[in-house]
Structures are given as C-alpha cells and as structure tokens.
Design a protein around this ligand. Structure first.
Ligand SMILES: Cc1ncc(COP(=O)(O)O)c(C=O)c1O
Length: 391
C-alpha cells in the first residue's frame, strides 16, 4: 500500500478522533524516524515525551525479544521477577513505599484518585471526596482522570463527570487555599504542566500545596506522567522543588513506548487499600517490566541525567538566540521545552515536518519540544536550524 492508500484506509476503517499529519511512519532509529517514502525526520517529540532512549534501541530490542521468547503475560494472579525488580527500583529511588502497575497514564491517574478516595474513607469516613485540580492541567481521558483535566473540549462532550472537582489557577496558592478544605480528599497537580503549555510550578506553590494537604488530611498527587523519569534532568521533576507527594503517577517513558503506567505511593495511602479492591489484567506484565528495568537503569544514571540538563539548557539557549520576531518566550526544564509564538504553532509544525523535523504543540501558540533524552548537541543544532528557517 502506498502512502495515499494508507491515509485513505485509515479514514475508512479507524474512528476519526485524531487529526494526523499526512505522513506514514515506517521505522525509527535513535532520534530519527523514516516514512514510507524513505524521508528522514529528526524526532523533536519522541511520541509525546515517550521514547526516552530513542527508537530501536538495541538493548530495548534485545530485552523485548528475550521476554517474547521467555514470558510475556501471566496476569497478576502470580508473581513474576521483572515486576518485583521494577517495583524495587522505583521504590528505592523515590519517596514511595509501594507501587501499583497500570497500563497507561490515564489509568495511573484513575488508580491514584481511587487510592486517595479510599484513604479518605478509611481515615475520615464519608464525605471527604472533593478533588482540587488546576487550570491548564491534563491528567488523561478516562472518566476520573478526565474530571481533573481542565480543557473544556475534552470534558464537555462526556458529562456528567465526577462530582466535587474544582480547579484553581496554576501557581496561585491563595486560590488553592480557598478551595482546599475539610471536604478535600485529593489535590492533583503536574509539577511541570505538559499539555497545558510547559508551565513549571513554583517551589512555593508546591510546598504550599503540601502544607495544605497535611493540614486537611488530603492526599497530594503529583502527576509526573510527562515530566517524570529524567525528562527535566532530574529523575523526578519534583526533586527540584524540595517537596514530596503522597502519590506519584508515571507512564509515558517508563517502557520506552510499550504501554505501562505506575502509581507510586506511601505506606500510609497503600495500607488503606485492601486485596481485590483494585486490579488490572495486563498491568506490570513481565515483558513491559523487563523493558522498564532497562529504561530505568539507563535514565537513572547521574551522567545520563546531567546530559539531559546540559542539553536542555543548550537547546533553550539556541532557541533564544534565534532572535525570531515570532518567538515570545522560551521556557521549560531539561528536555521539556515550550516556545511561545505570536503565530499558530500548527503552522510551524507543518513547515518543520516538510523540512524533516517532527515537533508538536502544547496549546494553540506554544511549540513543544520533547526529543528523545539521548539527543546530542549536534542533533539539537540540526533541529534548531530547521526551526530557524521555518520561523
Ligand atoms: C501529565 C499527563 N497525565 C496524564 C496523561 C495521560 O496519559 P495517557 O495518554 O497515557 O493516558 C498525559 C498524557 O499526555 C499527561 O501528559
């Protein structure tokens, strides 16, 4: 099938919920992707902040092959080694005491909200079910997660959503204080907002939320699905803020593109959830966990994280030096970068794609750059040169 046939059959057979770019991707290697016509693209978006180790990584490929010929799936009715090994890695390198494995970001958020509800019920009885979330926040598309996602076009077609969710402006501690009270069971926040425009929380804001949650016995959930696991140059984005949550959700990069989610939580929360109260058929399977162990060991290396920090600073510096009249602001942390424009981001994305660079947006006028974490300075130069031309 040629490119046009694929595009035509996609529209015939696949439900139309995605507006896709008109290229058909066939393979990837490192930070490059290739379409069916043999055109090469520099990947400045890594499948929406997912393929941290790049495409076709040999160690990831070998791990998948080995798991495929050893053990792929058994359900959670039995123990498997890769799952326990991954849990141990995540716990020993974080604030958490335990992990629950899921299959996606939204499912991790769903579980996090359920665990917060259960803790509230056990510790405070009924009625403490309010959830405070933030404007421009994105937490996923399933009913619970969607209820905490801010954007109206995602929410409005699917109501009624969860009762008792309220939104405060991001980084506005006084507004949050007005919403968090005795009825609040959970507060959910991205330490660095991704979809909402690459907005980093201030340390005072996150610390203030921690204090408010402690004061009211509410569960503080950090959604690090996009900003976690090395993306900001720290293993966890919240390390930069000197504050820890009760629950943290992870997903995107954890298995370099295989579906996985993880909910990291404290003993205090975990101990309130009993056998059989939550579960999943696929979560934490041996194949995905084997790959996640590889990803974790590579990303958690201090040299790897230092390179993300240095390359992120370099990227932002190069973008600032573009000196384009269309660039209003360059911001972000590590290799999670937002470029505010005075023109629609979609225009620049399309031009970049024609010139061999894949980049995405975060809102109408913000370009989002989230390359594989293995990107080099030379490859950053290559992508920035394309952007310079397009702008
Ligand atoms: C911060 C955050 N939370 C949750 C999600 C939902 O993850 P998924 O698309 O895997 O359901 C996303 C996805 O973009 C995200 O960025």
């Amino acid at each position: 099938m040629n490119t046009n046939q694929i595009i035509q059959e996609e529209s015939q057979y696949i439900m139309q919920t995605y507006r896709r770019a008109d290229i058909v991707l066939a393979r990837g290697e490192g930070v490059y992707l290739y379409d069916t016509e043999g055109r090469r693209y520099l990947d400045f978006m890594s499948g929406i902040a997912v393929t941290a180790l790049g495409h076709s990584d040999p160690q990831v490929a070998a791990t998948i092959a080995e798991a495929a010929t050893t053990l792929t799936h058994v359900s959670n009715l039995y123990y498997t080694i890769p799952q326990v090994e991954l849990a141990k890695r995540l716990v020993t390198h974080s604030f958490a005491d335990h992990v629950f494995f899921a299959n996606s970001g939204t499912e991790s958020v769903e579980g996090a909200l359920k665990f917060a509800r259960k803790r509230a019920l056990v510790q405070h009885g009924e009625g403490k079910s309010g959830i405070v979330a933030f404007k421009s926040g994105f937490h996923g598309r399933t009913m619970g997660a969607l209820s905490t996602t801010y954007k109206a076009i995602y929410r409005e077609p699917f109501g009624p959503l969860l009762d008792g969710v309220s939104f405060a402006p991001f980084n506005d501690l006084e507004a949050a204080r007005a919403l968090i009270g005795p009825d609040t069971g959970a507060v959910i926040v991205e330490p660095v907002q991704g979809e909402g425009g690459i907005n980093a929380a201030t340390p005072e804001f996150l610390r203030g939320l921690r204090e408010l949650c402690d004061e009211h016995g509410a569960t503080l959930i950090f959604d690090e699905i996009q900003c976690g696991l090395g993306r900001t140059g720290r293993l966890w984005a919240h390390e930069a803020f000197g504050v820890t949550p009760d629950i943290m959700t992870l997903a995107k990069p954890l298995a370099n593109g295989l579906p996985i989610g993880a909910i990291l939580l404290t003993e205090e929360v975990a101990s309130t959830v009993g056998y059989g109260e939550h579960g999943t058929t696929f979560g934490g399977g041996p194949l995905v966990c084997s790959v996640a162990n590889v990803v974790f060991d590579r990303v958690a290396q201090p040299e790897f994280l230092a390179a993300v920090t240095a390359n992120g600073e370099y990227l932002r510096q190069q973008l600032r030096e573009l000196d384009s009249p269309h660039v209003l602001e360059v911001r972000g942390a590590g290799l999670m970068v937002g470029v505010d424009l005075d023109i629609p981001a979609a225009q620049v994305m399309a031009a970049a794609r024609s010139a061999g660079l894949l980049v995405i947006n975060a809102g109408e006028t913000t370009l989002r750059i989230a390359p594989p974490l293995i990107i080099t300075k030379e490859q950053i130069d290559e992508g920035v040169a394309v952007l310079a031309n397009c702008l």
